[in-house]
Design a protein around this ligand. Structure first.
Ligand SMILES: [Zn+2]
Length: 144
């Protein structure tokens, strides 16, 4: 038995055949049984990894602390924070959420917009993102 497990004063639940965290909240009536005595799980077991993965995905890949808090409501995974951080380092969804946007490189300005030493509004232009802009303007009531 590891010392991390001994610190939890584990208790064997004979009805479910699981090891649960002992504690001083057993007489409370407002909390669920899983919140009072969460199930102790080994971090290396595959069910622990599946629980972490499911919680991470159901919460839409938040920070490690948020996942840890949610997991801790029902389960006490030994070295759980490390396992969650390790999972989130390899999780594709977490990488997508934490990724930085790439700013596209702007094209060079056309020569008509680079006429220097001319009075203000000598040449003006409108950049329209739509491909069918003449038709769009006509539908808006403008005549080209
Ligand atoms: Zn994730």
């Amino acid at each position: 038995m590891s010392s991390r497990l001994l610190c939890l004063t584990p208790e064997y639940d004979s009805t479910t055949h699981l090891i649960r965290v002992g504690g001083r909240l057993r007489w409370t009536e407002q909390l669920d049984e899983s919140a009072i005595r969460p199930i102790v799980l080994d971090v290396k077991h595959s069910i622990s990894r599946l629980i972490i993965q499911d919680c991470d995905e159901s919460l839409h890949h938040p920070g490690a602390e948020r996942v840890f808090t949610e997991v801790r409501c029902k389960y006490w995974i030994l070295r759980g924070q490390e396992a969650i951080r390790q999972h989130q380092r390899t999780c594709l969804g977490c990488k997508q959420w934490r990724g930085q946007p790439s700013i596209p490189r702007m094209a060079d300005l056309p020569p008509s917009r680079l006429r220097l030493f001319q009075p203000a509004f000598y040449s003006t232009g409108v950049d329209l993102p739509h491909q069918n802009w003449p038709q769009t303007l006509e539908t808006m009531g403008y005549h080209i």
